[in-house]
Design a binder for this molecule. Structure first.
Ligand SMILES: Nc1ncnc2c1ncn2[C@@H]1O[C@H](COP(=O)(O)OP(=O)(O)O)[C@@H](O)[C@H]1O
Ligand SMILES: O=P(O)(O)OC[C@H]1O[C@](O)(COP(=O)(O)O)[C@@H](O)[C@@H]1O
Ligand SMILES: [Mg+2]
Length: 524
């Protein structure tokens, strides 16, 4: 079966996403069908990315040849066509393939270099900024943006904005970046440019961009940064400026929706696994050793889930997405007591955002504060868990062990050790792909977009599809969480059995899920 998208798609304006959603009529949907069999044309969605103001109007679109295309022997097959799409969903229900209905398709624009570009490289000035919490790979992204701009497009001016969004205000502090400066960035943890929370001032940022003649802006950061970038892109559009705004999503938390994973996540998972290994050594070294490891992840437990599955020795994994309880049948105390008696030791991995409600109901008074970006500061679940578990387990083990001196509890909090490290090789490669594709998209005149991998293919997503939503572990459907429950044999705490239409659910390769909401204005 082949499906071909027609090129003359019609644009359907949505009040919230002007010119982003378009219907594509599939033609020749099923090979071998005779001419007289008419397939009712279902609506398909292409989540188009916006173009900078000057090139928005296709008719007046000025283009320049991509310098890469002028180099001798560059295969034309290296270039991506605007017709090349990435399927948003690769799993389809059998009922969706009913010939009467056709297959409902939803797609993003494939990332990569375009044959024609929208900006004259000689006139280009770029800026790059790193925002939010640190993350392995930030420097690689900056390095590769500079390298790709210079080597592939001949753009020689790129400024590094110091200290996140707040650094835009004073252009005298901007750092000129060239190949020499960035050469060894890929080996460095942290952010050479510096980062920060808070300090986003849309007007001041766009004033500086306008004053300094920046036309390519690359922003790397997490969910907060994406919201900030959306505001910058709106302001740029409102002022009619020719500035492409591209986001390269970062965060060790992996909480950006729709994409397979964020860069830095894999590095953080590897480091978290090392902490688990230490806890195992300690727990095995003492009678009835209980190792408890707390890892980062405020709203999403991906680091906890993936490091648990990577280590395969964990007896209990607690994440923000799943409420748990301590006592009684099906509680975590009985489960851990069983494992201690059976194996002589037990390992718990807990994400920092887990158990917040339980702590509150049991009288713990959280800080009730937010950080400079407005992120709620969490109650510390690690020490709380140690305090709750120790006496309960001692009670459970009484009279059942040879020494009768209870559990030996070892608490490991790797904290920033999972974050302030250089990226793994896989993350370095991933950062390179993301950075280069961000440059290709921006040079092609795309704006207000985020570059990410969807179903292992790099593509461009409109920022607004992603802002204000969170990627969380999919606990209600067949996903990686099922392996956690199977592997740890922990109680399967009740999860919301979501009864929304399957079409509203988007799952990600790392085991995440988001549910569309009305903001998407998407009707299939
Ligand atoms: N709703 C928002 N509007 C504008 N800027 C925001 C918003 N939320 C966060 N930001 C800015 O984005 C930056 C990073 O946000 P933060 O939440 O700290 O990290 P991350 O982007 O990694 O999630 C901060 O400078 C913050 O001020
Ligand atoms: O750097 P801070 O302010 O101590 O914040 C720690 C938080 O940052 C993170 O490492 C990453 O969060 P962001 O990606 O949202 O910046 C969280 O896992 C953690 O809760
Ligand atoms: Mg965040």
């Amino acid at each position: 079966m082949t499906a071909t998208a027609s090129t003359n798609s019609t644009s359907e304006a949505s009040p919230l996403l002007p010119n982003i959603v378009s219907d594509i009529e599939y033609v020749n949907a099923v090979d071998g069908l005779t001419e007289d069999v008419k397939i009712p044309s279902p609506k398909h969605i292409l989540w188009k990315v916006e173009l900078v103001d000057r090139v928005f109007d296709d008719v007046n679109r000025a283009t320049y040849p991509n310098p890469l295309s002028l180099k001798p022997n560059t295969p034309t097959s290296w270039f991506v066509d605007d017709d090349d799409l990435v399927a948003a969903k690769v799993n389809v229900a059998a009922s969706d393939t009913d010939l009467d209905k056709g297959i409902k398709a939803e797609a993003y624009t494939l990332a990569g270099p375009r044959f024609d570009i929208a900006f004259d490289p000689k006139q280009c000035k770029a800026a790059v900024v790193t925002c939010g919490g640190l993350c392995p790979g930030l420097n690689t992204v900056v390095r590769e943006i500079v390298m790709c701009l210079r080597r592939q497009y001949g753009v020689s001016t790129t400024y590094g904005i110091p200290s996140g969004y707040r650094g835009f205000k004073d252009p005298t502090t901007w750092i000129p970046l060239d190949e020499k400066v960035v050469r060894n960035f890929h080996n460095m943890g942290g952010s050479f440019l510096g980062s920060s929370r808070g300090g986003h001032d849309t007007k001041a940022i766009v004033d500086s961009l306008e004053k300094e003649g920046i036309n390519l802006l690359f922003v790397t950061g997490g969910d907060g940064t994406v919201r900030g970038a959306a505001l910058i892109a709106d302001e740029v559009r409102n002022r009619g400026l020719e500035i492409a705004v591209a986001v390269i999503p970062k965060t060790i938390d992996n909480d950006i929706p729709l994409i397979d994973r964020t860069f830095g996540f894999e590095s953080a998972v590897n480091a978290a696994r090392q902490a688990i290994d230490v806890a195992v050594t300690e727990a095995e070294g003492f009678p009835y050793g209980l190792g408890i490891v707390k890892v980062m992840g405020r709203h999403s437990g991906f680091i906890a889930m993936h490091s648990t599955l990577g280590s395969r020795v964990v007896d209990l994994c607690l994440v923000p997405e799943v409420d748990f309880y301590l006592d009684g049948e099906g509680g975590i105390v009985d489960h851990l007591a069983d494992r201690l008696l059976e194996n002589g030791n037990a390992i718990v991995v807990v994400a920092e955002g887990a158990g917040q409600e339980l702590m509150a109901t049991m009288g713990s008074h959280g800080a009730d504060e937010v950080d400079l970006s407005g992120n709620k500061l969490l109650d510390d679940v690690g020490p709380w868990l140690v305090k709750q578990l120790k006496p309960r387990l001692n009670e459970k083990l009484k009279g059942k062990t040879p020494y009768d001196d209870g559990v030996t509890c070892k608490y490991v909090d790797p904290s920033y050790m999972v974050r302030g490290i250089p990226p793994t090789t896989a993350d370095n490669l991933f950062c390179t792909q993301l950075a280069h594709n961000a440059v290709h998209g921006a040079m092609a005149g795309m704006t207000s977009f985020l570059v990410g991998s969807v179903n292992t293919r790099e593509c461009y997503l409109p920022i607004r599809l992603v802002a204000n939503k969170q990627n969380v572990i999919d606990t209600a459907h067949q996903s990686l969480w099922e392996y956690v429950v199977f592997d740890t044999q922990q109680p399967s705490f009740a999860v919301e059995n979501d009864c929304r239409d399957e079409n509203d659910i988007i799952t990600t390769a790392s085991g995440g899920v988001i549910f569309r909401n009305s903001d998407d204005e998407c009707s299939i």
